[in-house]
Design a protein around this ligand. Structure first.
Ligand SMILES: Cc1cc2nc3c(=O)[nH]c(=O)nc-3n(C[C@H](O)[C@H](O)[C@H](O)COP(=O)(O)OP(=O)(O)OC[C@H]3O[C@@H](n4cnc5c(N)ncnc54)[C@H](O)[C@@H]3O)c2cc1C
Length: 394
């Protein structure tokens, strides 16, 4: 291959560029990014960046020396608009075209929006620019903040806003937040964290609309109540950025469909990170976005699927001073039991806990709050067991 184009200049795109060079690709490397920024890390945006404990320098994923060593052409602040049917030309929004032999799709996901969210004071939190705008607004004095959506980003943002002294309410349409991720028992533990952190939690009620003419003044709930608000954060999930690939001959369905090795319907096109549906599932986790590029690039350079992604899903979240870590593949109906630590009034007791999810006598997943070492041990065992089961069934 003479030219490889990475579309998406963020986490998985940077890791793909690194892998291309590490695996011996010495041709022309083009990285196209819609955002004007060099690759930066998103997890701090809802945590230390929002609270002012980390500044922008801490977000950079590569320093000048590494960036130079990658010897890539960075086309930043421009979107890829389309990919030709055989995946050999990338057309950019600014009219330029890039002829290429291989493509790494790393376009991630975008925050889902609500109707009326262009009112002043309404925010989403996905990009550095989003986080700057929210951080500036929160610095202007005490505000009534309503967070719509009790997922991980909603919960982290609520926690950060409460830590800054704002009055915060989280609205969640489901009876409990995070049930699809953690199951009802552990979701209830996370709900208790909100209450302990002084944050109101309104559950089982959808949002009917936003109130206000120029600036937001409140959030109308489907049960008729209106929560007064000066700042609203819409945290209702993210959608994979695949719109630009319509008509490209790639299979798209909640992400770019790939085999277990991140290879799409076209062997010269691979996909990684939040945009990639790898072997039937799509993760929105930092660790997947950093692990998939090694395999994807090996397969891209080989021209076929030679390796597959083996790692178990893993993510972490920091909220209300607690570190939550989860690994594995939990399914609805798995039982869960604490193997270390305890709960107080439904929330983690001092020192946190470790919990195992089980099905048919086997551990399927592990969750911990503030027990990083036992968690890492349990995660290693789970990974070992999963690869043993995998090789026994192959
Ligand atoms: C606020 C926040 C907090 C998070 N916290 C955690 C955490 O604690 N733990 C955890 O495991 N994960 C966390 N995540 C998730 C993690 O950050 C993502 O999984 C990771 O960023 C995915 O990386 P990516 O490279 O696939 O996509 P992205 O980071 O979304 O990057 C994709 C890039 O592609 C660009 N792009 C899109 N379309 C085009 C186009 N057509 N042409 C050119 N460029 C394009 C986008 O502008 C973007 O810059 C968090 C995410 C956010 C937003």
């Amino acid at each position: 291959m003479r030219t490889v184009t990475v579309v998406g200049a963020s986490l998985s795109g940077l890791y793909a560029a690194r892998e291309l060079r590490a695996q011996g690709f010495d041709g022309r490397l083009v990285v196209v990014g819609e955002e004007p920024h060099r690759p930066y890390d998103r997890p701090p945006l809802s945590k230390d960046f929002l609270t002012g404990r980390a500044d922008e320098d801490r977000l950079a994923l590569a320093d000048d020396e590494e960036t130079a060593a990658l010897d890539a052409e960075w086309l930043l602040g421009t979107r890829a608009r389309s990919l030709d049917a055989r995946g050999r030309t990338v057309l950019l929004d600014d009219g330029r075209t890039v002829s290429t032999d291989g493509v790494v799709l790393a376009t991630g996901a975008s925050a889902r929006r609500l109707p009326g969210d262009s009112l002043v004071g309404v925010h989403t939190l996905r990009t550095l620019d989003d986080a700057r705008a929210l951080r500036d607004e929160l610095a202007g004095g005490p505000r009534r903040v309503v967070v719509i959506g009790g997922g991980f980003i909603g919960a982290e943002t609520a926690s950060s806003c409460a830590g800054l002294g704002h009055t915060v309410t989280v609205v969640e349409a489901a009876p409990l937040p995070l049930v699809p991720h953690l199951g009802p028992e552990m979701a209830a533990v996370c709900a208790a964290l909100h209450r302990r952190g002084g944050v109101g939690l309104v559950t089982g009620t959808g949002v009917a609309g936003l109130r206000g003419t120029v600036s937001v003044t409140g959030v109308a709930l489907s049960d008729g109540r209106v929560l007064p608000a000066d700042t609203v954060i819409v945290g209702i999930g993210a959608a994979p950025n695949t719109g630009w690939l319509a008509g490209s001959a790639l299979a798209l369905h909640d992400g770019v469909l790939c085999d277990d090795g991140c290879v799409t319907a076209l062997p010269q096109v691979v996909a990684v990170g939040d945009v990639a549906r790898v072997g039937g599932s799509r993760a929105e986790h930092w660790t997947s976005a950093t692990e998939q590029p090694r395999v994807a690039v090996a397969n891209l350079l080989a021209g076929r699927t030679r390796e597959t992604v083996r790692s178990l899903p893993y993510f972490w979240s920091d909220q209300y001073g607690a570190r939550i870590q989860f690994a594995g593949r939990r399914q609805a109906g798995d039982s869960v039991r604490l193997t270390e630590g305890d709960l107080t009034d439904g929330a983690p007791a001092d020192g946190g806990f470790l919990a195992l999810y089980e099905r048919d006598g086997r551990t399927t997943a592990v969750l911990s709050v503030d027990r990083p070492r036992p968690f890492m041990r349990a995660r290693r065992e789970l990974t070992r067991d999963a690869s043993r089961v995998g090789s026994a069934t192959r």
